[in-house]
Design a protein around this ligand. Structure first.
Ligand code: SF4
Length: 443
């Protein structure tokens, strides 16, 4: 297994610079980088500088010099970054220089000089998401590791058992992100519904109150910060019902990313999936009663060892009945070190291919019908991209996570900017996307 690339971070200056550093760290951490406490252990060093006073400039230049001497590979960011000439005169060997609040450029410079190591079995962020995280959304990691032992997965071997962050730390980070312009928080972990179990749901002080490290409590607190809160990697445990109520109240986005991986009881048991004993279809029905607007995204594996034709048919029927709004699919591949490699009943590649195509066809059909039901509705969307030459913006609804789900293509969209949340009327739909125009302003 390739080791995660390591970054050293020297953070100078005021609290705003600190928030920038945290933001950069969060983005890089979510992309699989790790951090080193010393220069020697780092593959590259980031120096977040301050340029407010001459003394601060001097201190920043000295910090860059020290990082160059001790490590040699240095990227400079922060307030002094606007004085590129001064930095280059003193330290011609720095690899890249960016200014304050230029998260995307810093992350991009890190990618250029120390590329991330994508690993779809370990990464929480899709590979396509590695380019940049735009300023208006951010990943918020609430725990590391996992207490489950799914037979196809080596994450617990690599990252260890579940280690949850105290709620107060997560909430402060979320607040900082929102202060720096983030409009949408994407909550990630390996098993979000298990949050806090390892620390016995310990309370921590946030704004003078005790907040429990519990899935429901954290979701509620995050939902009150004023940004969209989207939950990824949730398993269908009974206690998730309560969180669906928060979605019905509009505090948390009506969206659940649940990696079901399969539906057939035989396969789920062999996969050793969490919550595989729960009556999932009943649970989903109940969730939709509580929150009719709920969208469910999931991922499935076809061709798992021992998967019979019957198991696969069961999965297809289940997919239709559960009306999974957004489904992704992998053809099973052995991962070095995973217990599933020892299982009998290897599925031939051509059968995997066939099942993959069949599943995607059913998934597309379900998605098509689910999206068609949205036509005529007026909904809020968040804008990811603007195309002024076409008078069009590319946005997402509350039912779409960035990079993995569909889009809302909004026409006649002059004057709308990236990161805006706007109200639109859905005029059409296809298998994956919605089409819309801005809703008329209310009288
Ligand atoms: S829940 Fe299963 S698949 Fe997910 S990280 Fe834990 S062991 Fe791996």
């Amino acid at each position: 297994m390739t080791q995660a690339p390591k970054i050293g971070l020297v953070s100078l200056g005021c609290p705003k610079a600190l928030v920038d550093s945290e933001r950069i760290m969060t983005t890089l951490r979510a992309q699989g980088y790790s951090f080193s406490r010393d220069y020697a252990g780092a593959d590259i060093v980031l120096v977040n500088t301050c340029g407010f006073l001459d003394s601060a400039k001097q201190e920043s230049l000295e910090a860059i010099g020290e990082a160059l001497n001790e490590n040699g590979k240095v990227i400079v960011t922060g307030c002094l970054g606007v004085e590129e000439e001064l930095i280059r005169e003193t330290h011609p060997n720095v690899l890249a220089i960016t200014g304050p609040h230029q998260y995307e450029s810093v992350v991009s410079a890190v990618h250029d000089h120390l590329p991330p190591v994508p690993n779809r079995f370990v990464d929480l962020v899709p590979e396509s998401g590695l380019k940049l995280t735009p300023r208006h959304y951010a990943y918020l990691k609430i725990s590391e590791g996992c207490n489950n032992r799914c037979s196809f997965c080596i994450i617990p071997q690599i990252r260890g058992d579940l280690v949850s962050r105290p709620a107060a730390g997560i909430l402060s980070e979320a607040e900082g992100l929102i202060r720096s312009g983030v409009k949408e928080l994407l909550v990630i972990s390996q098993d979000t519904s298990a949050y806090g179990i390892d620390i016995k749901f310990a309370e921590s002080k946030y704004r003078g109150r005790d907040v429990k490290a519990k899935f429901y409590d954290l979701a509620k607190e995050l939902g009150q910060l004023g940004a969209w809160t989207r939950l990824h990697y949730v398993y269908p445990y009974p206690h998730v019902d309560q969180v669906i109520e928060l979605m019905a109240e509009g505090l948390v986005l009506p969206y659940l990313d649940i990696p079901f991986q399969h539906a057939s009881p035989n396969v789920l048991k062999s996969m050793r999936r969490p919550a595989n004993q729960e009556k999932t279809l009943d649970r989903i029905r109940k969730w939709r009663e509580i929150c009719p607007d709920l969208a469910i995204r999931s991922n499935f594996i076809v061709g798992y060892p021992g998967e019979t034709e019957e198991d696969f048919e069961f999965l297809l029927d289940w997919l239709e009945e559960a009306e999974i709004d957004r489904a992704g699919c992998f053809k099973y591949e052995p991962v070095t070190g995973a217990p599933a490699n020892e299982l009998p009943g290897i599925v031939p590649d051509e059968v995997k291919e066939e099942r993959f195509a069949q599943l995607m066809e059913v998934a597309q059909d379900v998605s098509y019908h689910r999206l068609a039901q949205k036509v005529g509705r007026t909904i809020d969307v968040i804008v990811d991209d603007v195309r002024p030459e076409e008078n069009r913006v590319i946005a997402r609804s509350k039912w779409d996570a960035p990079e993995i789900d569909g889009q809302v293509i909004v026409d006649n969209a002059g004057g709308i900017k990236i990161g805006d949340i706007v109200s639109v009327t859905v005029t059409d739909s296809d298998e994956y996307d919605l089409f819309a125009t801005p809703a008329r302003p209310a009288n």
